[in-house]
Design a protein around this ligand. Structure first.
Ligand code: GLP
Length: 263
């Protein structure tokens, strides 16, 4: 586990974008797992800038998004399809056929749809680099507390907390979605490398629980302790409850000397 501590949201976005850009340069056919949420915005902005100013080429990259609200069409302004199009895909050169996001408009035969999504990840050769945010309740994707730590892509009922957190993005007359399709914890853990981004004081407790607490389905991000290659990129607010800062700093310094291409 690597922990990269940054002063604020903008800086952590730039660090994440640099790691992604280096991965794409090393492997132009990178299979990239993507996340939504306000924490990822700076990262997408920086990737768009690298494409525009430094000719970072995404033409062979394949992407798989973590999740989508059930019941929202791709054109709904709060759908994750719309988020991705607006904040990333419209600014870079990923071919449309290489982009995969769960379809929020399906109705019925959910299991079949979700196993097809899993199959498309497998057929692409698996995910090389998965980006994650974290919910206030410690969820990754939409794997709410009590999700099975072996779960696969499936339909998930959202917790009250998550619905309340999302309410601000919807107009008063709109119903906030109560369900989503999300990659499971088991799906996420199969990615070769994982980057988790967290910013702000509301993430301080879930970050400390995920990194230094017990592995528990009550904080699904804690399952990342079972993954061999996770990098947490957090700002000082999200990292405020961690106990072992000194150790994380030394690990980072050694990493910069011994394996600088990881940063
Ligand atoms: C949603 C997404 C998560 C994301 C979380 C945090 O719940 N399903 O993947 O990590 O939001 O969002 P934010 O970065 O806006 O705090």
């Amino acid at each position: 586990m690597l922990l990269v501590l940054q002063p604020g949201k903008d800086e952590l976005g730039r660090v994440a974008a640099r790691i992604i850009a280096n991965s794409v340069r090393r492997n132009p056919g990178l299979r990239l797992g993507l996340a939504t949420g306000s924490t990822t915005l700076g990262m997408y902005r920086e990737l768009a800038r690298l494409h525009r100013d430094e000719a970072l080429d995404f033409s062979r990259v394949t992407t798989f998004n973590l999740d989508e609200y059930l019941g929202l069409s791709a054109s709904h302004p709060q759908s994750f399809h719309h988020f991705m199009q607006h904040n990333f895909f419209s600014h870079v050169n990923i071919p449309a056929q290489n982009i995969h996001i769960p379809d929020g408009t399906i109705s019925g035969e959910y299991e079949r749809y979700c196993s097809t999504y899993e199959q498309s990840i497998r057929e692409a050769g698996g995910i090389d680099l998965q980006i994650l945010g974290i919910g206030r309740n410690g969820h990754i994707g939409f794997n709410e507390p009590t999700s099975s730590l072996g779960s696969r892509t499936r339909l998930k009922v959202l917790s009250k907390e998550t619905i309340d957190d999302n309410r601000k993005f919807f107009t008063a007359s709109e119903k906030v979605p109560e369900c989503a399709i999300t990659m499971g914890i088991g799906t996420i853990l199969e990615a070769k490398r994982i980057l988790l981004l967290a910013s702000g004081p509301s993430k301080a407790i879930p970050i400390a629980q995920s990194i230094e607490g017990p592995v528990t389905a009550s904080v699904t991000a804690s399952a990342l302790q079972h993954h061999p290659d996770v990098t947490f990129i957090v700002d000082q607010h999200a990292g405020a409850q961690l106990k072992h800062h000194d150790y994380y700093r030394r690990v980072l310094e050694m990493t910069a000397i011994l394996t600088p291409d990881r940063l």
